[in-house]
Design a protein around this ligand. Structure first.
Ligand code: PMP
Length: 317
């Protein structure tokens, strides 16, 4: 097992032992994938560990649950505080935080209303998702033969477990074909995103990403890239992207909490640009890592400190 377990997991308002965070196999979520979740990074900064865009992630968790008529018995502040308490309790510095809201054990049918809502939060040390070199050298990817679901089938704006059956098909196919990751098209054949990250291209100095109507997850890193482009005076637009526009891009990169900003050097074995990390990708990475690592002033209030000095408020929350 490569997962590095920690001491504590937060469950329904209290910290329990990692090994005690178990559910019954007849829980609704096991048969019917009825959970929503988040992936959040806590970075090591000179001021101590800090969670990146915690509020936005917890708001998306609440939104995902709302779409599925799941009532989380904690509000935004309580969820944010729980994440901070958890990282602190585990004594971690940089880590990945995984809140999960699931439908538990109560009834065996599809109707979820008789099953209790359980809220969990775990965190652990998790390095570079696609490997250490990927962030510098880029990755080779392929367009998947699996598409994203059509609108009005499974909501793509919810970060829900069920969506990841589709993501796993895309990812497995990519691995079998020797790629680091797969890109999914939507039901109209237009580009959406990677199996677990948003996708951006650069063409003639403009950064372009598919609109939410193409079905990508409304990524927090996606929003971060948009904000950084604005800050750095890089033109940016949301546009429908036909598959072949990927091949003709000057630069291509993935953006997500796990992959952070990872360049793509080829698609379907067609070289993108020079086949190396492009200059705009590089400058966005530099800015992103300076901000997440606390090396530059937190001008957007994106970092929530885990260790708060006595008497001080928590920034960014
Ligand atoms: N798309 C998918 C399918 C994802 O799973 C993720 C990761 N949550 C993303 C995009 C990126 O979202 P974020 O930047 O909020 O991590």
């Amino acid at each position: 097992m490569s997962l590095k377990k920690t001491d504590k997991i937060w469950h329904n308002g209290r910290l329990i032992e990692w090994d005690d965070a178990n559910i019954h196999v007849i829980s609704h979520v096991v048969s019917y994938a009825s959970s929503v979740f988040e992936g959040i990074r806590c970075y090591s900064t000179p001021q101590g560990p800090a969670i990146f865009r915690l509020r936005e992630h917890m708001q998306r968790l609440i939104d995902s649950a709302y779409i599925y008529r799941m009532e989380i018995p904690y509000n935004l502040d309580e969820l944010c505080n729980a994440a901070i308490e958890l990282v602190r309790a585990n004594g971690l510095d940089a880590c990945y935080i995984r809140p999960i809201v699931l439908r538990g054990y109560g009834d065996a049918g599809v109707n979820p209303f008789k099953c209790p809502i359980e809220t969990y939060m775990a965190c652990w040390d998790w390095g570079r998702y696609l490997g250490e070199e990927a962030v510098r050298d880029g990755v080779d990817v392929g367009v998947s033969s699996w598409q994203r679901p059509a609108p009005n089938t499974i909501p793509q704006m919810a970060k829900a477990a069920g969506n990841y059956m589709n993501s796993a098909l895309i990812r497995m196919e990519a691995m079998m074909n020797g790629y680091a990751e797969g890109i999914a098209l939507d039901v109209h054949g237009q580009v959406t995103e990677g199996s677990g990250e948003n996708l951006f291209l650069v063409k003639e100095g403009v950064v372009v990403t598919p609109p939410l109507s193409s079905g990508p997850l409304p990524g927090i890193t996606r929003r971060t890239i948009m904000a950084l482009c604005k800050d750095m005076n890089i033109p940016m637009s949301e546009q429908i992207i036909p598959r072949e526009m990927l091949y003709l891009a000057d630069e291509l990169f993935f953006a997500g909490t796990a992959v952070e900003i990872t360049p793509v050097k080829s698609v379907d074995r067609i070289k993108i640009g020079k086949g190396t990390r492009g200059p705009i990708t590089h400058s966005l990475q530099d800015e992103f890592f300076a901000l997440t690592g606390g090396k530059k002033a937190d001008r957007h209030g994106w970092l929530s400190a885990v260790r708060v000095p006595e008497g001080a408020g928590v920034r960014g929350r």
